[in-house]
Design a protein around this ligand. Sequence first.
Ligand code: ADP
Length: 672
Amino acid sequence: MSREATERKESESDTFLLSAIVDSSEDAIISKDLDGIITSWNKSAERLFGYTAEEATGKTVAELLIPDNRQNEEPDILARLRRGERVEHFETVRRRKDGLLLEISLTISPVKDADGRIVGASKIARDISERKRAERAIQSLNAQLTADLAAMTRIQQISIRMMQAGDFPQLLEEILGVACEITQADMGSIQLAENGVPKIAAQRGFGLPFLESFGTIPSAEGPWGMAMQQSERIIVEDVASSPVFAGTPALAEMLGSGALALQSTPLITRGGSALGVLSTYYKVRHRPADRDLRLLDILARLTADLIERKRAEALLARSRETFFELVERAPFGIYVVDANFRIMQMNAGSQNQAFRNVRPIVGHDFGEAMHILWPSEIAEEIITVFRHTLETGEPYFSPRFTKPRKDVPAVESYEWELHRMVLPDGEYGVICYYFDSTELRNAEAALKSANQDLEQFAFSASHDLQEPLRTIKIYSELLAKRHGDALDSEGKKFMDYLCSGATRMETLIRDLLAYSQLSRFEKTGDCADAKKAIEGALSNLATTISETGAKVNLGPLPFVAMGATHLQQLFQNLISNAIKYRSLDRAPVVCITAKRQSGHWVFSITDNGIGIDPEYQETIFGLFKRLHTTDEYAGTGIGLALCRRIVERYGGRIWVESEPGQGSSFRFTLPV
Ligand code: ADP
């Protein structure tokens, strides 16, 4: 083969190899001349742009591939090629045969002939639609994340603001500002329910006319009331056509204010009650994105929390005020001494009482104040009891401190009660309640001495009366016996009156003496058997029992810390009353029981007698208090007064439970 032929052969095989490489490339490879006319078009170019090589070659790139709005690119590219420049990774858009636009990256290199002249260009086009889509997705995701982050930061800032004490309306304005900002709303409002009606608490972007007329919109009307009542968000994408506004005066108001769309999110507490609504308004027809709604939910929750907290704070502040008022107006002194013995707080009552002679200074040393107010040994005693309570936590009741009064010949006395308490700084302090009991104590002392005199008088009188009475009784009886026959019938009647009067007086004096003796006896610590005491009483009452056919039933009975005579006196009075005040239509039945109840014995003497009207159930325990005349029932009215005195002397209590006609139950307690 000639050299030429060999060279031709070699060149042909090179061209073939090259075209095979070009065809197998993933990228579209196109060559064109300097006029932009396509001279070659590989397989990938066919796949990418949809034109076959035959269809493409001979056409210009501009007419075949370049969309109208990018026609200016080609002259520029050709000019650069002519200058021998390479165009690298030029990202642009080209049109496929089927009209679809493709995003591609172009790399265009000038092609030179054997003499080095630029004769055309080779162009590699790569479909970057996928990459661009991914890039755009990332960009939008980024933008979304940035916006979310910004929104969350704002929400976090506002939630921190909410934690700090702040002006409530101002905070609501700020929340609304954030809501409008993160949802790109044009206007906003927060309405809070007042008696079930949503009232504007904060607003943004509305004019005065709307605000004035807003208050007149019935609560059930519009999205605000609906959101609150249903506890659900209401979204109105188009105010004009929404059934929410159809036929309501609110429609004109909304359109007048320029709001074409809105959403209202209810402010629901953690307990589930709707406090109001958070609304955002848009000047275009609009539906907030899900993301915006989620952010609004967070804001609504924060707002509901804030409102609840503010309301709780207001309630607390009010109750604190009430509490202070109570303490301040208390008719006695209250003050607090801290661990360092400084007077911490003091109510007005304190200043009217013991501290009236010193300038009441909060922060003043308590010990010093006491030394100014009291003789020093009492001051020391007071300080000691305060210290004791502070150190041990034991309360201190009714220690009474007295001192001679300067102006009157009486003593000045104060009564105190101390308790340990924890102060706001976590340390212990002592709270002291005290009152000036001077007048009370002086009156008490006067009463006591008057009572003593009276009792002494009653005792002496009844004691001394016994003697002459006995003489009257004996001689009237003798008179009746020896000279009775000499008297006419009227004389005999007078004689009878004399005798029975003397007997009645004897009983009265005996009872009165027993009563007044009770104030003089000293408790001995004796123990008495209740059963024996009752048996003694029953034996004294034997005649009455047999005459009336009374039955007395006894339950198990204890020993009690009491003098036996007193116990028998007590039972005898109660049993004799139970029989005396019997019902006429049945034989008397008396039941006596005792049961142990919280550190006491409770005795019951129950009868089936005439019973006692509730109105008199307390009165009958008074001295000489009777519900019947002596003709109906004999008696002095001293029996129950005596019982009360005995029981109270031994630290117990006596009362009656009764229903008229149904019998009575007298109960008394005695310490175990
Ligand atoms: P009195 O000497 O009149 O019995 P008391 O002090 O013992 O005086 O009783 C006062 C009043 O209480 C009696 O007058 C009687 O009206 C009423 N009373 C006392 N015990 C009973 C009872 N068991 N049932 C009904 N009434 C009673």
